[in-house]
Design a protein around this ligand. Structure first.
Ligand code: ATP
Ligand code: MG
Length: 238
């Protein structure tokens, strides 16, 4: 059984004033296995954020459905949805301001999701220190988000996203603001997390730069999957 099954997703955004519809997803279907590192690549407007938002339980599709871990997440009650988002999914967005709280230090930022999950304070600290160490951020723990670099900020965002060990990590153009070598560093962290914790990663991007790191890659254009490349095919040079 696959961890994630996406079936015929359609999303039409309707302008409440003009009543005109913009179709963002036009029948997207795929499956993802547990522990896989998946890349979804496509140009601006392809529907990447829309797709991730539906996978993360942040947006309802117009039709179609998503099954994660045997549960249809597109039809959860409000209470179930909150639980799903809190316990199963970690989110990492392109802009540090969307991942970090600006008034908090790096350490406080990483402790926050653990606090929300009701972990005892000592455990919050222990896990946060371990994560900061893992991502080479210990020396930045008392800095505020505006006192660190873009690459460091994305690593803090990553620490926050995985603090509660979610089953799935969703990343939206997480290397969009970074230079090539910093992007490679962030992608290497993702890869090692997926290997160490078995986290399933779904990362969307304009660029295909980290395609070699993925187990499976989809091309998304005009709300449709236009290509699928597995690790095996990449090794074969397809
Ligand atoms: N809230 C919204 N209301 C109306 N239309 C929307 C809304 N959000 C997205 N769209 C439209 O849906 C389409 C897909 O948007 P989406 O944000 O999913 O694309 P994307 O692939 O993430 O693009 P980008 O790479 O620029 O972030 C676009 O045509 C966009 O204009
Ligand atoms: Mg987007």
């Amino acid at each position: 059984m696959s961890l994630i099954e996406v079936v015929d997703l359609v999303k039409v955004y309707v302008n409440p004033v003009s009543r005109l519809g913009i179709s963002a997803l036009n029948g997207v279907s795929f499956t993802i296995e547990e522990g896989d590192f998946v890349g979804i690549f496509g140009p601006s407007g392809a529907g990447k954020t829309t797709l991730l938002s539906i996978l993360g339980g942040l947006l309802n599709p117009s039709s179609g459905y998503v099954i994660i871990n045997d549960k249809e997440i597109t039809h959860l009650t409000y209470k179930e949805l909150i639980k799903f988002r809190r316990e199963q999914v970690g989110y990492l967005w392109q802009l540090p301001k969307d991942n970090l709280i600006s008034g908090n230090t790096v350490l406080q930022n990483v402790m926050l999701p653990l606090q929300i999950a009701n972990k005892p304070r000592e455990e919050q600290k222990k896990i946060a220190y371990e994560l900061l160490d893992r991502f080479g951020l210990s020396h930045r723990k008392n800095h505020k988000p505006n006192q660190i670099s873009g690459g460091e900020a994305q690593r803090v965002g990553l620490a926050i996203a995985i603090a509660n060990k979610p089953k799935i990590l969703l990343g939206d153009q997480i290397t969009g603001e970074l230079d090539t070598s910093t992007s490679v560093e962030v992608v290497n962290h993702l890869k090692s997390l997926s290997e160490d914790f078995g986290t399933t990663m779904i990362i969307v991007s304009h660029k295909r730069q980290f395609i070699e790191a993925t187990d499976q890659a989809f091309g998304l254009e005009d709300g449709k999957i236009t290509s699928v490349l597995t690790n095996f095919q990449k090794e074969e040079g397809a």
